[in-house]
Design a protein around this ligand. Structure first.
Ligand SMILES: *Cc1c(COP(=O)(O)O)cnc(C)c1O
Length: 387
């Protein structure tokens, strides 16, 4: 299906692949094991941890969306992150962003403390820090762009060139944008990691992940490790995710439209101070995002001009934005990074990362934009009244 555009590929993933009954949608194979055709004669699959027909369709589908060769489906996004670290040996260096996903930070940090590999967390937007880190000849350079919750953007193509020069592999966590808005392998990356829990499944009912490689041998190596470590995803989750992926193009478009409308509204609000979104010309990542992304995405955050009581009033008066962690689902969510997603960071670390108590993060869903704006407007008015 390489000749088709991305939305077509997403919709058609595994359609009409059933050879038994001609089912239009691929069936779900829940069986843990598969009979051998006969003595020493294996069929395509033998045991579901190692390989499963439903999971295989999803792996191929996500690989195609990222323009990669191989897609390994894992039982969570963290399992996908963990799987990539299986490529590292003691003494190997991993360079990671200082503001990467908290779970990734914790995993890299704990593994390094056990000497599984070395890690160096740096501000990858700082050219001098990046050059110094790459001069240490890392085995892997880990990128996450845009970052959470301030949507910092780094130049994937530029960092890939620098990393290639010292023989490092570049891994990009593409969870925040999905392949509909950013394709890191096309920019020179070797591996893409997803928490498919977010936009790829998109319905907040599956926790799962994916690792996509450009190179087939590297992909097979990771598939081998996924089976060895027991990190592979379940058939049921794969079936659900395959269902979600068919609407990826349509969802992302609608998410983006709604996010754009809400950002335009927030810009008129006196209680909204800085808005952190790469679509805004004064955002430091604006130019890079314009170059390397197909659009700016529907995740963003902003500073609310309120004290602790004002924040409470704001959250209590929202009805359509559910106060919850995670992101990328059809339903709109609001999060307070300082007490939720980034709670594990010390106050000093939060301040250093630019995460203040007034910061609010939105994951804009697919409700009608007018309703979402009215909901925010109502909450802002409630805060203003208390002032
Ligand atoms: C959620 C998330 C993860 C972890 O994925 P899980 O599915 O929760 O295990 C990794 N990276 C990013 C950017 C995420 O948002």
């Amino acid at each position: 299906m390489a000749q088709y555009k991305q939305a077509t590929q997403a919709v058609r993933s595994g359609i009409e692949s059933d050879t038994q009954h001609g089912s239009v949608v691929p069936p779900i194979y829940l069986s843990t094991n598969y009979t051998f055709e006969g003595y020493d004669k294996i069929r395509g699959f033998d045991y579901s941890r190692s390989g499963n027909p439903t999971r295989a369709i999803l792996g191929d589908a996500i690989a195609k969306l990222e323009n990669g060769s191989t897609g390994v489906i894992t039982c969570s996004g963290m399992a996908a992150v963990n799987l990539v670290t299986a490529l590292l040996c003691p003494g190997d260096l991993l360079i990671a962003p200082h503001d990467c996903y908290g779970g990734s930070y914790r995993l890299f940090d704990c593994c390094a403390k056990k000497n599984a590999f070395d890690v160096s967390f740096i501000d990858q937007g700082d050219d001098a820090q990046l050059a110094a880190a790459i001069a240490k000849k890392p085995k892997i350079v880990w990128l996450e762009t845009p970052s959470n919750p301030l949507l910092r953007v780094v130049d994937i193509a530029k960092i890939c060139q620098q990393a290639k020069a010292v023989g490092a592999l570049v891994v990009v966590d593409n969870t925040f944008l999905s392949p509909a808005l950013q394709q890191p392998l096309e920019l020179g990356a070797d591996i893409v990691v997803h928490s498919t829990t977010k936009y790829i499944n998109g319905h907040s009912d599956v926790v799962a992940g994916a690792v996509v490689t450009k190179d087939e041998t590297l992909g097979q190596d990771l598939a081998w490790w996924a089976n060895c470590l027991g990190l592979t995803g379940s058939a049921f989750d794969s079936y659900m995710t395959l269902r979600g992926i068919r609407t990826l193009g349509a969802r992302i478009r609608n998410h983006q439209e709604n996010a754009n409308a809400i950002i335009a509204f927030l810009q008129t609000q006196p209680l909204v101070k800085t808005i952190y979104h790469p679509s805004l010309p004064d955002h430091p990542g604006h130019e890079i995002a314009k170059r390397q992304q197909k659009d700016f995405g529907s995740m963003f955050s902003f500073d609310l001009d309120a004290d602790e009581h004002g924040l409470q009033v704001f959250f209590e008066n929202l009805q359509l934005f559910s106060l919850a962690e995670s992101l990328g689902g059809v339903e709109s969510l609001v999060a307070h990074p300082a007490t939720m997603t980034h709670r594990a960071m010390s106050d000093e670390a939060q301040a250093e990362a630019g995460i203040f108590s007034t910061l609010i993060r939105l994951s804009v869903g697919l409700e009608d934009a007018d309703d979402l704006i009215a909901d925010l407007d109502h909450a802002f008015k409630a805060v203003a009244q208390e002032k």
